[in-house]
Design a protein around this ligand. Structure first.
Ligand code: LLP
Length: 427
């Protein structure tokens, strides 16, 4: 978060509020979200891309009604990938025509809701879905704007589970072998569809722009083939999300204006050489907007030194509020935030309270040697894919999201209660 400061007493404040006060009022663990930072990042993306491009915030990173309203106010669009995300977006007043609907297996009911609501685009992910969406739209007497998601065959340098443009995987239609061209042929024949463009998303937590360059080159190549075969120039391309953020000081993220400049230049150059009109570009950043804007506040429960190894620091949450360390071997940092300490640092592993030894929040970190139960520690950069991937493992209650801004805090997603859990258990 941007508004983080440490006071003379060592207590960290965010948005003008001390973390000790936040812990007292809202309990721990809690995700603390800096609203000003969120809005600033959203605006930076919007301004960087200007009026000739669209920025779709990827709701899967973190979605709540408050966030939808901030995005709406800051002029961003929204990418959703389930009926639940669509419902959240619509209930918070995001205009349907600013919503894109994604997913490799949207149900007929989800498609129907999206078409009825009038979403701006549905991103088609398979041959079967092309026909499915066309039929649903036609039966509702509508013509749905669609893009076709293709896999361009790029190896993004990121964790295998979050790389999505190589061909051997579940998303998209391969460009290779003429499959994408065939998908375009079929979509163009169906009355229920208005094909507006081609979509590519190469993966997530990426720093190297060269993958986007290759992707843009290949997407434009397809636009050219479409022009040559059908005599039409598709008006839009979407280059997906995936821009990396700094989880540790080793990561060196690009600024939105650098990304916008690079992507716009690549697409313009490729189109010039193919003698195509430059299409309208859209992007779908999720992590790069929300990731850095929140941290997780935990209370230390036990401190267990293991001779010659490391000290295990157990907190009151864990893999249920941050699965990323266990799932992707993700790196995080951690800091003592409730007081000052000049004790010698000790090597720690921050672990959760779940019944699993892989329940690790921060693998390796240093914390002051006098760390004790009751201290508050914070793990930064947990705004993306932490609350949204949270679980109830061990019937642990999912933490709230507390938004802070100019000295005021407000719960935007409340803490789960035991009643919430028991309400679902109807046996
Ligand atoms: N667009 C599409 C089509 C996507 O599939 C994704 C992410 C995004 C945009 C946004 O990507 P971002 O800018 O947030 O990297 N749970 C993983 C990340 C999975 C991303 C899935 N798709 C993680 O925690 O790292």
């Amino acid at each position: 978060a941007q508004t983080v400061e440490r006071g003379e007493d060592g207590v960290v404040t965010v948005g003008g509020i001390g973390v000790t006060q936040l812990a007292e009022e809202y309990g721990t663990p809690a995700y603390v979200l800096d609203e000003a930072d969120f809005r600033a990042r959203a605006r930076a993306w919007r301004t960087a891309f200007g009026t000739d491009a669209d920025v779709f915030y990827a709701g899967k990173a973190f979605l709540s009604r408050a966030v939808v309203r901030w995005l709406h106010e800051e002029g961003l669009n929204l990418d959703v990938c389930s009926g639940g995300e669509l419902a959240t977006a619509l209930s918070a007043g995001m205009p349907a025509d600013r919503i894109a609907f994604h997913g490799n297996n949207k149900s007929p009911e989800e498609i129907e809701r999206a078409v009825r609501a009038g979403v701006g685009r549905i991103v088609l992910d398979s041959f079967q879905e092309i026909v499915r969406v066309a039929h649903i739209a036609q039966s509702l007497g509508k013509r749905q704007r669609v893009q076709i998601r293709i896999t361009v065959g790029v190896e993004a340098h990121t964790h295998e589970f979050i790389a999505t443009a190589h061909e051997d995987q579940k998303f998209g239609i391969p460009l290779a072998g003429g499959h994408a061209a065939e998908a375009v042929r079929r979509a163009l024949q169906l009355d229920g569809l208005e094909l507006i463009g081609i979509h590519s998303h190469i993966g997530s937590q990426i720093f190297d722009m060269s993958g986007f360059e290759v992707a843009a080159h290949r997407v434009v190549g397809l636009l050219k083939d479409i022009r040559d075969e059908h005599g039409i120039e598709l008006p839009e391309i979407d280059l997906g999300g995936g821009l990396g953020i700094a989880y540790t000081s080793d990561d060196d993220p690009r600024e939105p204006h650098e990304i916008a400049k690079a992507l716009t230049e690549i697409v313009t150059r490729e189109c010039e050489s193919a003698k195509l009109r430059t299409p309208r570009i859209s992007v779908e950043p999720g992590r790069a907007i929300v990731g850095p804007t929140a941290f997780t506040l935990y209370e230390v429960g036990t401190v267990k030194p293991l001779d010659g190894l490391r000290t295990y620091v157990s907190v009151d949450g864990g893999m249920s509020d941050n699965i990323r360390t266990a799932l992707y071997d993700a790196e995080y940092t951690v800091a003592l935030v409730s007081r000052a300490s000049d004790a010698e640092p000790m090597l720690v592993r921050v672990v959760g309270k779940h019944c699993e030894s892989g329940d690790i929040v921060v693998k390796d970190a240093f914390l002051p040697g006098d760390l004790a139960p009751g201290d508050l520690i914070a793990v930064p950069a947990t705004g993306a894919y932490c609350r949204s991937m949270a679980s109830n493992y061990n019937h642990v209650l999912r933490p709230p999201v507390v938004a802070v801004r100019e000295g005021e805090a407000r719960v935007v997603v409340r803490r789960e209660t035991e009643e919430d859990l028991l309400r679902l258990d109807v046996g």
